[in-house]
Design a protein around this ligand. Sequence first.
Ligand code: SF4
Length: 528
Amino acid sequence: MSETRGKHGPDKSNIEELKLRKDGLDIWQDIEGWAKTGYDSIPKEMLDLFKWYGVYQQKPNEGHFMLRIRIPGGQITAAQARAVAAISREYARDTLDITVRQNFQLHWLTIETLPEIKRRLADVGMTSIMACGDTPRNIIGCPLAGRDKHEILNAQPVLDQVNAAVAGNRDYSNLPRKFKMSISGCEILCPQPEINDIGLYGAVQTVGGTKRIGFNLMAGGGLSTRPYFGKVMNAFVPEGQVLDVCLAILKIFREMGNRESRKKARMKFLVDELGAEQFRNLIIEKLGYDLEEAGEARWNPNAFRDHVGLGEQKQAGYYYMGLISTAGRIVPDDLRIAAEIAEKYGSGQLANTNLQNLLILDIPENKVEEARQLAETAPTLRLEAHPVRQGVISCTGLPFCNLAVTETKGRSQSVVEYLENEVTLDTPIKIAFSGCPNSCSQYQTADIGLRGGKTRVDGEEREAYDLFIGSDMGEAQEFNTQALRAIPSAKVGPVIARILKKFNTEREPGETFQRYARRIIKNGGSFE
Ligand code: SF4
């Protein structure tokens, strides 16, 4: 859900002025007061600052709110999962979504309930601070950090260190725009460092025959209506320098980012304008010490970028269960069941993934079967599912998002159901539904991306989707291009079925969908 431009909010040209008048972090004491005096007592121009505590007005802006809970690296304890499930049930009409930044998102909250919800989250060590607004948002990481058999390093400790340094810190509470970080040591790059403002990903540096592990650095990636891949900074960042480097880049952005135009304020524009070399020099200047040259980043460009299904952990005899949601929409009862599985059969640890799925961690082999049986009682979280269900993601869309043109969660569910009956696949496919061009579901990097819009059918205006295809998240780094225009929503399922059947027939041995689609496009083929 992108920034709101609703009738009650300040014009975007005024938001810089509003942030100077009041730091977003100071809005909480007012929220406590308005919780007593009611929605009508809120000065409407202040609603934009609610985002500093993860709170947005939801459509139709009549007194209900969305809350995004910050979950660094997606890591959740069973107690936290139970608390979120209870809040969903009691205050959020059972709404509960896992987002692509590994947050939980709830809807239908009222101003009166926000203080109590904040207290209940704090009781289990959770917060919504800086989950939205012009701040460092939730830092994403590999949900299997520390357990992945193939990881280069466990990045969760440094991710937590950076999170602790920035979340709630007034040095970073007035950035020109939102700021996104991805820190991982995962060899499939599941947290997509390429499309974050800072992308730190596992690398090995060899000097004089001695190997060290750490991170390579990209900066200035981001999607929305003008997508950019992060620029490679030719820098190897040892674990001990990660915090310094992140803070140095945040300071550069805070000082040099565009505050005149919201449309040009994201860091990707600054990095693009300066170029990689100059931006790297600025980082060195801020750090006060030199950066080492990049190490070797070992990663698999053809991998499906998520950890779902049952998998072995690096700890011998232990497994993770990657439970598959449908576009992130689950129900609180199922999250409660997942918490129960984690406590009864695992270590009590769970993790949200970037593709809106949920892992239960550390299950000993002799408990897997019992864990599986209990998981079968949670219908919105499946251990096994058709490949399209494994990879489908969606943004908030209608009815809640103020900028949405189309409904996304229900549509993705019905499209998945259609495809399950129509298409057999032996490889997961990432299908992303965005309800408008803002690309909160990252339609430019999915295997098949759908962007919501309108079309006319029999003289009547109907919801429709443009279909994008052909991206390369590997070496070539290219975004999807538009293959089909204005598909009426009801026809999206059949159109994707036709494309996937063509893929099944025409693919070369071992070819991924992205590679196949690019081959067809390069050879002048079409998906009409
Ligand atoms: Fe983001 Fe979707 Fe809302 Fe558009 S409709 S702003 S992509 S959540």
